[in-house]
Ligand binder design. Structure first.
Ligand code: COA
Length: 166
């Protein structure tokens, strides 16, 4: 059975352990090794995760299966004062994908967003991440816009923004 539990700064190491496997695996054919290393440090260092949780209102959740952490999601309600919840991160371990855990986390995010009074959930996905795009299309999202974001060090994120109304 899958449990979804809120994660705090006490779970930073657990999030780092899952991300160290899931994140490079998802982007190994899309981004250079140097961009993967840069983005891992940018998003998953101790200081970055503490800042996201303690200062940026990113709420993290772990998906747990038989005592094993198999995935995580972070969301932010009323992101940029848009009245929408942003899913900042959604990652499932490679061996645990396509078992319905991602859909469970989307449903969970929809419930939290509804409770928070938001009217939609949205997220950025790399334009070349075909697996994730197929998943979001399958789970009721529509393509809202395209976005190219300069993330420093000569790197960009070339994204689609997908949205689902609540
Ligand atoms: C994308 C991801 C979150 C999806 O989670 P998941 O647990 O594998 O997906 P689910 O098993 O819940 O799938 C839900 C639906 O999407 C479909 N789906 C999932 N991956 C798919 C794919 N690659 N191609 C086509 N359909 C797909 C499933 O068939 C399922 O459809 P159904 O419920 O109608 O049968 C997960 O695969 C993942 O972590 N990928 C790597 C990291 C990543 O890219 N994250 C997103 C960053 S924006």
């Amino acid at each position: 059975m899958i449990q979804i539990v809120p994660a705090t700064t006490a779970h930073v190491k657990a999030i780092q352990e899952v991300s160290a496997i899931a994140w490079p695996d998802a982007f190994k054919d899309i981004l250079s090794a140097s961009q993967i290393a840069y983005m891992m440090e940018w998003m998953y260092s101790d200081s970055s995760l503490h800042e996201q949780m303690e200062e940026k209102n990113h709420r993290y959740f772990l998906a747990i299966s038989d005592d094993e952490n198999v995935g995580y999601m972070s969301i932010e309600h009323n992101c940029e004062n848009k009245g929408k919840t942003k899913i900042h991160k959604l990652y499932i371990l490679p061996g645990q994908q396509k078992k319905g855990i991602g859909r469970m986390l989307i449903d969970f995010a929809l419930e939290r967003a509804h409770e928070a009074g938001d009217g939609a959930i949205y997220l950025n996905v790399n334009k070349y991440n075909g697996n994730a795009i197929a998943f979001y299309q399958r789970t009721g999202f529509f393509l809202a816009k395209e976005e190219v974001i300069d993330i420093g060090n000569g790197f960009i994120m070339d994204d689609f923004v997908f949205e689902r109304t609540i």
